[in-house]
Every structure is written in structure tokens, then in C-alpha cells.
Design a protein around this ligand. Structure first.
Ligand SMILES: Cc1ncc(COP(=O)(O)O)c(C=O)c1O
Length: 363
């Protein structure tokens, strides 16, 4: 069986270093907001080439806090792609704003700058872009639109650690960026974790309060905040994995190259665009008989995933926010997309076997 993901296998190369870090952190007797967190924040900011990094408890919290830091009027409109993972939309609602869904491009799966322009109103305050599957959005065009309309651009970089656009890294392409360290991510922890990166000193300073009960000095609460801190243990593990992130991404890129050259043109493969260095958090293909292909692969002992089976505007809890609206591009993606195995521990041999099986289905 070729599994889609196996978190034990993914982390096994780091077990020895994790054990040392675990012991040191345990014996330090300091478990929240200590040396590991501040070192990780410095190292991750350096990696993203931003001035500031603030560790938080999850990617969702990173998105919520990034929005809250700007203090937009309640009910402001925030543009967000219609085919994102639900967290991006949930964050806007939790921050007290209105998510306005924008269709993606069918060739990149990322938010369309042309569609962004159509959705801007006097109430629009921000664009939340999502670098889906590990491919960056068209940030030069998007920043141009944002400048014209005085909008804040928030990157959802949960799936794009280390991706580059013309040499610039994910997390340093908008005004502020949210990162998730959920275990399956390219930079994944052994539990939940997240971070915010920015080059804006006053926003970074505000976030240091917001993530910790509105307090920077113990028992002095200058703002209304929440409890969303990145644990010392997770920060210690993340420091170890961060040193290997480029190697993890390079391995995923090698596997993606095998898919790209080996898969039949009867499936839609991820587009390759000069200047974009994709990190393939997910390697997705599209095919009109997606479900039959998925069943066929399972019979060949190959597990796949669907990111994501239901479009956000069709989710039970969210449909009420988007009544009467249609998103055909998003629906086409949700109906046809299939994610193939592309983890750090998968071998070239395994990926060649997946290529062979997919090709034998599509003929
Ligand atoms: C695009 C995207 N945004 C946000 C999140 C939320 O991150 P977390 O699970 O760490 O809250 C995820 C992943 O889970 C994601 O894939």
C-alpha cells in the first residue's frame, strides 16, 4: 500500500534530535513563551526574510489575529478565494467581518486578480490571498490593486512555506502573513502551531499583546487579547525541522517533476510558470472521472486525497453567508481535483508506480 501520508514516517528522520530537544525543554522547566519560542521567531523571520515573526497557537488563530491587528470597522468586507480551506473564511467571520468570495483561476487554482477588481466596494478593507497547494498567488498584480484601493493584503501561507516568486519568499509578499504548522504541512510540528510574519513594526508589536491576553508585561493588560501562544516544545521541534525545510521542499519538487514528466496529458497537471518556485504541499491533478480514478487507484493500493470535496459556499454551516451566489470555477475544481502522494518520505519508485497506475486508468 502506498499511503497518502504517514506522520510517523514523515518525522522519523528527526526523532533523535526531537528527543534531545524534548528532554532539554522538559528539564528547563519553562514551557510557555521562553527561549525556544523567541529563537524560533527570529529564525523563521530570517527564513521568510521578514523583520518580524510572532508565534501563535494555530494557523486559524494567525489569520484571525492578523485581521484583528488592523482594527477594521466591524462588518468590513474581506475578499477571499472561493475554493480555499474553510479556515480562511472562518477567520474573517470570527474577526467580525464579511467574507466576500472571489473565484480562482482554473489554471492556477489561486485567486484571480481580474475577479478581485470586480468584487471591490467602498466597504472592502482587505484581500486574504491563499497560496493554495504550495503555489504563490499573482502577488505583483494583487499588490498593485491593493495600492490603488488602499487595501491590506493578508497572505494565507499555510500551504506554501518556502515557496518563492521571483526570489521573494512566501510570508513576505503582502502586508502580513499567516502560517500554519499543522503536522502535515511542509513545516509541520508535532501538534498545532502557527505564526504571523510582517515588516510592520507597530502591527508586530500589537500582535505580541493580542496573542497573550493583551499583555506584554505579566498581569498588566493593555489590550483585549486571547490566549494563542506557540508552546516551547513545539517551537523546539519546529527549530529542528526549519533547518530541513529546504531539503523537504526539494524532495517534494523532485517527486513533482516525476509526476509532471510522467503523467499522461489526459489529466490536468499543475501549471508551471517562470518565476514561481512551487513547494507542492499538495500535488493535485484534475480529471472528469475523479471519483472513479480514485477508486481505481485504491484498488491498486494507492491512497489519494481530495482537497477539498465540498466548496465553502456549499458547506452546511456556511451556505447562509453566500445565498444566491454561484461559483462555477470553484465547483469545477472541487468536483475534479485529486491529490497524489507527495510526502518527504515517499520514494521516486513509489511515485513512478503512481504515475503508471494513473496512466493505465486514463489510457
Ligand atoms: C489554506 C489553509 N489555511 C489555514 C489553515 C489552518 O491552519 P491550522 O489547522 O493550523 O489552524 C490550513 C490548514 O489547516 C490551510 O490549509
Amino acid at each position: 500500500m502506498i499511503e497518502y501520508e504517514n506522520l510517523k514516517k514523515l518525522n522519523e528522520p528527526f526523532f533523535a534530535e526531537y528527543m534531545t530537544a524534548f528532554r532539554q525543554t522538559m528539564e528547563s522547566g519553562w514551557y510557555i513563551m521562553g527561549n525556544e519560542l523567541s529563537c524560533f521567531e527570529k529564525e523563521y523571520a530570517q527564513y521568510c526574510e521578514t523583520q518580524f515573526c510572532i508565534g501563535v497557537a494555530s494557523g486559524l488563530d494567525a489569520l484571525i489575529l492578523a485581521l484583528e491587528a488592523y482594527e477594521f470597522p466591524e462588518g468590513s468586507e474581506v475578499l477571499v478565494p472561493s475554493n480555499t480551506y474553510i479556515a480562511t473564511i472562518l477567520a474573517i467571520i470570527k474577526a467580525g467581518h464579511k467574507p466576500v468570495l472571489v473565484e480562482p483561476r482554473l489554471d492556477t487554482y489561486n485567486i484571480s486578480p481580474v475577479e478581485i477588481r470586480k468584487k471591490i466596494t467602498p466597504r472592502t478593507k482587505a484581500i486574504m490571498v491563499v497560496h493554495l497547494y504550495g503555489k504563490l498567488c499573482e502577488m505583483e498584480e494583487i499588490m498593485q490593486i491593493a495600492n490603488e484601493h488602499n487595501l491590506v493584503v493578508i497572505e494565507d501561507g499555510a500551504q506554501s512555506h518556502g515557496a518563492k516568486l521571483n526570489g521573494r519568499k512566501s510570508g513576505n509578499l503582502g502586508h502580513i502573513a499567516a502560517h500554519s504548522f499543522y503536522p502535515t504541512k511542509n513545516l509541520g510540528a508535532l501538534g498545532d502551531g502557527g505564526a504571523i510574519t510582517t515588516n510592520d513594526a507597530s502591527i508586530a508589536d500589537k500582535l505580541m499583546y493580542l496573542r497573550n491576553y493583551g499583555s506584554k508585561v505579566k498581569y498588566y493588560n493593555d489590550r483585549i487579547g486571547i490566549n494563542s501562544r506557540l508552546d516551547e516544545i513545539q517551537a523546539a521541534f519546529l527549530r529542528i525541522k526549519l533547518r530541513k525545510l529546504d531539503e523537504i521542499n526539494a524532495h517534494k519538487q523532485t517527486l513533482a517533476n516525476i509526476y509532471h514528466s510522467g503523467l499522461s496529458d489526459a489529466v490536468v497537471k499543475p501549471i508551471r510558470t517562470p518565476g514561481y518556485e512551487d513547494v507542492f504541499h499538495i500535488y493535485n491533478i484534475r480529471h472528469e472521472k475523479r471519483d472513479a480514478l480514485r477508486d481505481y487507484l485504491l484498488k491498486q493500493e494507492i491512497k489519494t486525497e481530495v482537497h477539498y470535496p465540498v466548496a465553502p459556499h456549499k458547506q452546511k454551516a456556511y451556505a447562509k453567508f453566500f445565498e444566491g451566489q454561484v461559483f462555477p470555477v470553484s465547483e469545477e475544481i472541487h468536483a475534479t481535483t485529486l491529490s497524489l502522494p507527495v510526502s518527504y518520505w515517499h520514494t521516486e519508485e513509489q511515485v513512478n508506480a503512481v504515475v503508471k497506475a494513473v496512466n493505465s486508468f486514463v489510457g
